[in-house]
Design a protein around this ligand. Sequence first.
Ligand code: SAM
Length: 460
Amino acid sequence: MILPSGFKKNIVSQWGQTSWEQLENAIQKPPATSVRLHPIKQKFVTLEGSPVPWCPFGLYLSERPVFTLDPSFHGGGYYVQEAASMFLWFVLEKLTGSNKEITVLDLCAAPGGKSSLIASFLDHHGLLVSNEVIKNRAYILKSNIEKSGYHNVVVTQNDPKDFQNVPEFFDIILVDAPCSGEGMFRKDPASIHEWSEDNVELCSARQKRIVADVLPALKNGGYLLYSTCTYNDFENIDNIVWASDHLPLENVALDIPDFYNVLPIHKKGKTGYQFAPHLQNSEGLFFSVLQKQQKQESGKIKTTKSFVKVPNKSIPVLKKYSDSTMEPVYFFDPNEEVHLFPAPYFELVNVLYNKCRIIYCGINMGRLIKEELIPNHSLALYILLSGYLQKLDLPLVQSLEFLQKSLNDVSSDEKGWLLITYRNLGLGWVKNLGNRVNNYLPNEAKIRMDIHKNMDKEFM
Ligand code: SAM
């Protein structure tokens, strides 16, 4: 792998020749495979591996399986995530302690690795707004959020500036900024050819703009978490210095165990933290924490519309689907689909409904037709789905056929809606009509791979 000379020049000047050689060597080696288990769904997962030190649910696998051929991957049992990215868990734990009733914005969230980590960290508490500005990426984000199955997540598709309409809304904002991607050279060698000094400069300017644009949405005293998957100072510590000098933000240092082997990056009294393949069994990541130090005029945000709550008479039908002990609110979206959401955050979600473009919210339960619920796919993935629903647990091949939408009949005496499960993990819905089954898996969730051909290869 030939690395760009400008890239080498930056690293040598930052970290010296020896570190450059170590990094260059490490980039030539195969990347590690790691997953983050879902704290609740993990009981349905059989993967084994060694722990990722900074995240209690992180696991290094000894080899990379074909994840598409594992139904528990589709059911949200785990997320395939680069180990360094899981450092966010450690940071959240340090900053929040035991208070999880917080509002968090993940501003640059697609495909959803860090958002699903935040949702798991919050463990049904608080409110996570997971945002992605690029439309098609926002829908990928939505589907990963759906898989994680939490009811307290809203997916939006907005420009960072749009969040100025909700001043002082969030306790934590994560800016996992679009970057030149140096830290992914090993995993994605194609990105080497996209690297240029001009692009680094462009990314650095865009990152500053993103941080400045979103800052009004952060509460006074709230934390802005900044990360990139690069090594160069221009996109990393220089931006932290710039943000501390130009914005009401103060850099916060973290106390990190030595054995994580994280490289502290210091400049002008500011600190960031670097992961790199020659330091950890991971790809590259830069992380830094800033705290807002400014009270601004916010006042009550004016709203003109609100989601319409489901009438009381329909609530018993909906209650049957959830084991949740939290106080839920059920409301209709503009397409008349019913959503389940934590009642204490209903007012906030209505503010977002007025000021942002919401594409997904809470758990989409489905459509109520004459007091019958036509369940939505997202309900099948809900972690608090009632244990009393009709289920059909399928073996591996049939589960994959269900996910490929080629399963035409099932042996079940139970008619009507059946939750399809694999090792008891919900995958989706079918309606058993007796002589045939209708598969309600949405096309976007369908496996496109030839499962039989690939299974022969995988299990030979
Ligand atoms: N946080 C994600 C995760 O853990 O899966 C990865 C995020 S990726 C590093 C950066 C994201 O920022 C991309 O999804 C990209 O589409 C988005 N993005 C690109 N330009 C942006 C902009 N001007 N403002 C905000 N986000 C942007």
